[in-house]
Structure formats: structure tokens, C-alpha cells
Design a protein around this ligand. Structure first.
Ligand code: ZN
Length: 380
């Protein structure tokens, strides 16, 4: 018993010793693990959340998707997270820049006066004259010249487009030799020369004698320079009255399309527009021509209301256009307009005033004011 008791005692001691060694080993191993895994310097490993915060948005997005558990919304603002990592940005070509000219800011458009920009050219409305079947006939008219440079440029444009026109010349312009030669050239190239008075006075203030003098002095000059007998008159400033019409005793040509080139395409206005918009002169000129032809105008640079519909979309069979051949920009506008109409319609024909009226009338009436091929005062 005693031996057994001793053995039992020794066994118990060995068991206790082994257990102690095992516990000590576990503790040592545990300590070793702790020491090995402890980072240098003792700084705790940043949490995944901290790592997200210090990374760039791109990396954050990547980490968010691939490393960390779903972050809370406040940690990663959605607006800062690109949907793609930059290197994966598709290389597809960007959408082309629209070639459509932007519309003017809303502040330029009076709210009660928003015109339609829909073309008013109506298909099927063409000449009633069988010789011009399917054609839209238009009278281009040019006032206040001739003038060196501008008129020359206009004649070149008309030749390029095979267009005939009517030049309402002023006597004092014609009396300067080089300008007079341009009237001669215009007549030789098939254009009509109309009378726009000798010195461009206001006819409302003139006596009948002065009106007749303004007419006759210029008629003689035109005849001398061009060989043409004047058959049409345009009163300066578009002034008209029954009495003046009767005194002049020539058919009077008005117009139904007015691009306001005298206001928006003169050199001073183009310079002002260029300065206010940070453009070169050429850029401003080109932009203003586009506005006049394709967008229309609502106010001038000073904010004064002045409505002019887009000329290119007003063009129709029977129209009379009013331009001025004293601005090079007007010649450029005519060039662009005729090019546009050729490319988009292809059936406009440009005739002198007399040819134009006579396509659908037997005579041209000296008692009438013509606004278009079909609209006159007094009306039929
Ligand atoms: Zn004039």
C-alpha cells in the first residue's frame, strides 16, 4: 500500500510537473506570438476604416470594393468616388462638339416676343411664270453706294453666285470717279441701277422742286455712267407718302426683308462687339453675320430692343431684300446667305428689280410702292 501510495504520489507529482511545463510552454508560445506580431515602434495597425480615410478617392473606391467591409456612407462621400479607376477610362472618342451656334442667353429675349425660327420658306411656293417653273425668285437690292471696296466685293460675290441685283445708287457717291466706274461695271455685268437720290436728304422736308431736282440730277448721272434709263426709285431712309410718290413719278421699291446691316455690320459696331466679347475683328464680323442670317436679333449692344428675324429662314419666293453695298461685311453676309440657300434649297433665282416684277406682272406701275412681288401700295 505504502509503495503504491508512494508511486501514486510520484505519479501525481509528475503529472503536476508536466501540466506546469505544458502551461508554461503555452504561455511562452503565446508571449512569443505576441512579440512577433507586435509592430515595430509599437504603433497599432491602422484599422481598415482609417486606411480608407487617408487614401485618395480612387484608392478608396478600390479598397472599398476589394479590401474592407462595406464602409458607412459618411466615410466615403459618393460624390468623391469615381465610378471607374482612371486607368480603365474608356478611350472612345468624345462626342463631337455641336456645330450649332448657341442660342443667345435668355436675358436677350424679351419674354413676350419670342419669334419662331422655323423656316418660312414654303415648299411649292414658286414662280407662276412658266419660264421660272419651280424657282423661287428674289430681288437683291443694295443702297447707298457705289463705294470703292465694298461694292467691288459685292459685285464679285454676285458674279460667283450668278446672281443679278439692283443697286440703288446715290448721286454724290457716283460723282466720285472710281465709284462711278463701279456703277459702270455693275451695269456691264447685268445689274440694274436704281435712283436713291442725289444727296440722300430727308424727303419729308423737301419741296416738290427739290424732290424733282434730287431725282433728275441723279438720273442724268446714272444714264451717263451706265447707259441705263432709270426705271425705279428708292426714297432715302425708306420714307414714303402718297404725295412724294406722285412727285417722283417712278415705281418705288421698298423691301420685305431687312437684315439691318446698316446697324450691325458697320465697322464701328463690329469693333464694339469684338471688344465686348473678347474677339478679334474678323471673329466678331463672322459671328454677327451668323446672328443676322441664322438666329435673328432682339436687342443691340446697348440693350435697345430691335427685332430682326433670321434672314436665311425668311427667304421666300417674291421677296425683296435690302442690303447696303458700303460695308464689306454686307458682301460677306450675302455670300454666306446665297451659299446657304444653294446648299439647302437650290432653286432660288436672283433677278434685277424690273425682271423680277415683270415675271408675274405685265407692267411696273409708277403709281405703286413695291414691298415684294405680290405686295404693293396701293394694293391692286
Ligand atoms: Zn439710303
Amino acid at each position: 500500500m505504502s509503495t503504491n501510495g508512494t508511486k501514486e504520489k510520484n505519479n501525481n507529482s509528475r503529472k503536476g510537473y508536466a501540466i506546469a511545463i505544458a502551461i508554461a510552454s503555452i504561455v511562452i508560445i503565446a508571449l512569443l506570438i505576441v512579440i512577433i506580431t507586435m509592430p515595430k515602434g509599437g504603433t497599432p495597425d491602422p484599422s481598415p476604416t482609417d486606411r480608407v480615410v487617408i487614401l485618395s478617392p480612387v484608392a478608396t473606391a478600390y479598397v472599398t470594393e476589394n479590401v474592407t467591409p462595406a464602409p458607412t456612407a459618411t466615410e466615403v462621400p459618393a460624390t468623391d468616388v469615381p465610378t471607374e479607376i482612371p486607368t480603365e477610362t474608356p478611350t472612345a472618342t468624345p462626342e463631337p462638339t455641336p456645330t450649332v451656334v448657341p442660342t443667345p442667353p435668355p436675358t436677350e429675349v424679351p419674354p413676350t416676343e419670342v419669334p419662331s425660327h422655323k423656316p418660312r420658306v414654303i415648299d411649292g411656293t414658286t414662280s407662276a411664270n412658266p419660264a421660272y417653273a419651280g424657282k423661287r425668285l428674289v430681288a437683291l437690292t443694295f443702297d447707298d453706294g457705289p463705294q470703292l471696296g465694298a461694292t467691288e466685293f459685292m459685285l464679285d460675290v454676285l458674279k460667283k453666285h450668278n446672281a443679278k441685283a439692283t443697286f440703288f445708287c446715290v448721286g454724290y457717291q457716283l460723282s466720285y470717279g472710281p465709284n462711278g466706274e463701279l456703277a459702270t461695271r455693275a451695269a456691264n455685268e447685268g445689274h440694274q441701277i436704281g435712283n436713291h437720290s442725289y444727296s440722300h436728304p430727308s424727303f419729308g422736308k423737301l419741296s416738290d422742286e427739290k424732290i424733282i431736282e434730287q431725282r433728275d440730277k441723279n438720273n442724268e448721272l446714272i444714264k451717263k455712267l451706265t447707259g441705263q434709263d432709270v426705271t425705279v426709285f428708292r426714297i432715302p431712309g425708306g420714307y414714303r407718302s402718297k404725295h412724294v410718290r406722285e412727285v417722283i413719278d417712278l415705281p418705288i421699291a421698298q423691301w420685305d426683308i431687312d437684315p439691318l446691316d446698316w446697324k450691325f455690320l458697320n465697322e464701328d459696331y463690329i469693333k464694339k462687339y469684338a471688344a465686348e466679347n473678347g474677339m478679334s475683328y474678323d471673329e466678331a464680323e463672322s459671328r454677327l453675320i451668323d446672328i443676322i442670317l441664322f438666329e435673328g436679333l432682339y436687342t443691340d449692344l446697348d440693350g435697345e430692343y430691335i427685332f430682326s428675324p433670321p434672314v436665311a429662314y425668311e427667304m421666300k419666293h417674291g421677296s425683296i431684300l435690302l442690303f447696303h453695298d458700303i460695308y464689306p461685311a454686307s458682301a460677306k453676309a450675302v455670300d454666306r446667305l446665297l451659299t446657304f440657300l444653294e446648299e439647302n434649297y437650290g432653286n432660288f433665282v436672283y433677278l434685277t428689280f424690273d425682271e423680277f416684277i415683270l415675271t408675274e406682272n405685265d407692267t411696273i406701275d409708277a403709281a405703286k410702292i413695291y414691298y415684294s412681288l405680290w405686295r404693293t401700295t396701293p394694293s391692286d
